[in-house]
Design a binder for this molecule. Structure first.
Ligand code: CTP
Ligand code: CA
Length: 222
């Protein structure tokens, strides 16, 4: 089992990244998901590797190849993402949660295939696990970075999310980032102060984010 590099200051930063969407199945052939491409998360993985980090990627289904050199764990459902992330987190120094997790799942998963009834149907949905909140609860000495995509009261809502999920920092994304090649975001700390802002291609934003975190090493953050 890999040990967190906290134990060895010479060791490169080892970072968990969650990325991509998750899927919640209604039956064996149908699922709910969202339109996340995974590009932001994969750009973060790439930027981390370029900086010399050991990156552990837990990814939902995307059309992207895992960046060369990362430790790759493929998942489909939120429960699988949660299980993988919680298992891998103790071996890391921190986590960047870039996944676009499906917030709800059908209360029951039907085995086989649901047949048409000839009329409307109602799906009962329940909340999925909050992966980031669980990582936050179990973080101990590790650092935790969340993402927030907010349509209204962006700073206020992002700060609430940071607190609710026990994050150290949160990346506030403009809704225009979805499906876009470019990104504009602010980086908030626990007091709600804007610590940095990045815009440009997802690679540029990812470079800004991992560079900022790496810079904290000098302040004793690992
Ligand atoms: N997240 C997660 N598990 C979930 C939902 C969200 O790990 N079940 C993480 C995301 O990866 C992101 C952060 O939590 O880093 C915020 O996600 P977001 O969808 O903005 O927040 P929610 O708590 O789901 O609230 P809402 O969608 O209602 O705004
Ligand atoms: Ca959500």
């Amino acid at each position: 089992n890999p040990q967190p590099s906290t134990l060895n200051p010479q060791h490169p930063m080892r970072v968990l990244v969650t990325a991509g969407p998750t899927r919640e199945y209604l039956d064996d052939v149908r699922y709910l998901s969202n339109a996340s491409s995974g590009r932001m998360g994969y750009a973060i993985v790439q930027a981390g590797i370029q900086l010399g980090w050991d990156v552990v990627l837990v990814s939902g289904p995307v059309d992207l190849a895992p960046p060369q050199g990362c430790e790759f764990h493929a998942v489909m459902t939120t429960a699988q993402m949660r299980d993988a992330a919680l298992k891998l987190f103790p071996g890391c120094d921190g986590v960047i949660a870039a996944a676009a997790v499906c917030d709800y799942k059908p209360k029951e998963r039907i085995s086989g295939k649901l047949s048409k009834t000839g009329g409307p149907i109602t799906l009962e949905m329940i909340e999925t696990d909050d992966v980031l909140a669980e990582l936050g609860r179990n973080k101990e000495h590790r650092w935790v970075v969340g993402f927030a995509l907010e349509a209204q009261n962006p700073r206020e809502n992002a700060l609430q999310k940071l607190r609710r999920k026990n994050c150290d920092w949160i990346v506030l994304n403009a809704p225009s980032a979805i499906g876009s090649e470019t990104n504009e975001c602010e980086f908030l700390g626990p007091t709600g102060d804007t610590l940095a802002a990045w815009s440009g291609s997802k690679a540029e934003v990812a470079g800004g984010l991992v560079g900022w975190i790496e810079g904290q090493k000098e302040l004793g953050v690992r």
